[in-house]
Design a protein around this ligand. Structure first.
Ligand code: ADP
Ligand code: MG
Length: 212
């Protein structure tokens, strides 16, 4: 079984739902070490994405994901907009013309997306950013698929690694983005971007769990 175009649209819809539900939580996290706008930014961006989705829902998966990315870039300000925009645009480029994704296609798409974020933001692991959730998620997905795990289990392991990476940002001192202005005072708080990244991977695991 593969991930269909409808499944990808379902993932985006579930992500929008989780981001809306967690809007205040993400904002509180950003209030502690940033400027208290991450929840509002992500929710605004994904609301705009939901409006746009019907115009591309019957297109190939690459077009859907590129449209998500372009919509985020044009509606979300700050650091998060361009970074998540790049994430989805790179995932879209990696899946150009495809109507279904095999597990390996998803791994390649996630790899392109995460590399896009790293190339654009220049964050390394441990800098207390979304990369600290995204990179472990990619590594866990790859290792699960290498172990021969079915897609549903690989997605669960990927989301669990993102969650662990998110929690592991708590003691870190931020070296990138607005939180880095706080220096040592950024330690003791969970990174908002790592938290929203976990929600995206959790949505994929939830919505695609019927796949094997
Ligand atoms: P802003 O910081 O401009 O207000 P947001 O609040 O929407 O933007 O997003 C903040 C999140 O962006 C941070 O929690 C962090 O995860 C992420 N971030 C910031 N700078 C970078 C970077 N250079 N690379 C990767 N992620 C980053
Ligand atoms: Mg902010």
């Amino acid at each position: 079984m593969a991930i269909s175009g409808d499944d990808v649209v379902g993932w985006i819809r579930r992500s929008a739902e989780l981001l809306a539900e967690n809007r205040d939580y993400l904002t509180q996290l950003d209030a502690a070490i940033g400027d208290a706008d991450h929840g509002a930014n992500m929710d605004r961006g994904f609301r705009a994405v939901l409006q746009k989705l019907p115009t591309v829902a019957d297109k190939d998966i690459g077009t859907v994901l590129k449209t998500v990315g372009m919509t985020l870039v044009s509606t979300v300000g700050g650091a998060g907009g361009p970074l998540y925009g790049t994430f989805f645009m790179q995932a879209g480029t990696a899946t150009s013309g495809k109507d279904a994704l095999e597990p390996e296609d998803w791994a390649k798409a996630l790899e392109a997306a995460v590399n896009g974020v790293i190339n654009r933001g220049k964050a390394s692991p441990g800098d207390k950013t979304m990369v600290d959730a995204l990179l472990p998620a990619l590594e866990a997905l790859r290792s699960a698929l290498n172990d021969g795990a079915p897609l549903a289990e690989a997605l669960r392991r990927s989301a669990a690694a993102a969650e662990q990476g998110m929690k592991d940002t708590i003691p870190l001192v931020a070296r990138k983005g607005r939180a880095s202005y706080l220096g040592e005072r950024s330690a003791g708080h969970q990174d908002p971007g790592a938290t929203s990244s976990h929600l995206l991977l959790r949505a994929a695991a939830e919505v695609w769990s019927g796949q094997d």
